[in-house]
Design a protein around this ligand. Sequence first.
Ligand code: AMP
Ligand code: ZN
Length: 115
Amino acid sequence: MAVRDDCIFCKIANHVIESNYVYEDDLVCAFRDMSPLAPTHVLVVPKQHHETIVDDVPAETLAAMVHAVDEVAKAEGIEASGFRVVSNAGADAGQAVPHLHFHVLGGHRLGDDFA
Ligand code: AMP
Ligand code: ZN
């Protein structure tokens, strides 16, 4: 998988378009969702393009995404209070951006639905 020039999250993850970053390493970055549904709503994305969590994502990349969730939770001060990680895949999940991302949600008592 490569970086796609027609993909908004490829552009943000590779600084073609700048965003509000919370964490970054060689494989992934985390930035604030533009329409937050909770006090903390951060998206963790791989720098390489994968459409969903089951789109041949290397184990190293998945591990980096989980590490990034931990870094985001610490940086946002929600590690102890709790948080939710969601990854929508496909139409029935309502995936709007077809580039793998984890939503990291927290900072208030989350509801039974998404946030
Ligand atoms: P999903 O429905 O799981 O594909 O979620 C896509 C998320 O990306 C939504 O929560 C949007 O608010 C968010 N989003 C879309 N475009 C951007 C952007 N340019 N910067 C930050 N967040 C974005
Ligand atoms: Zn992409």
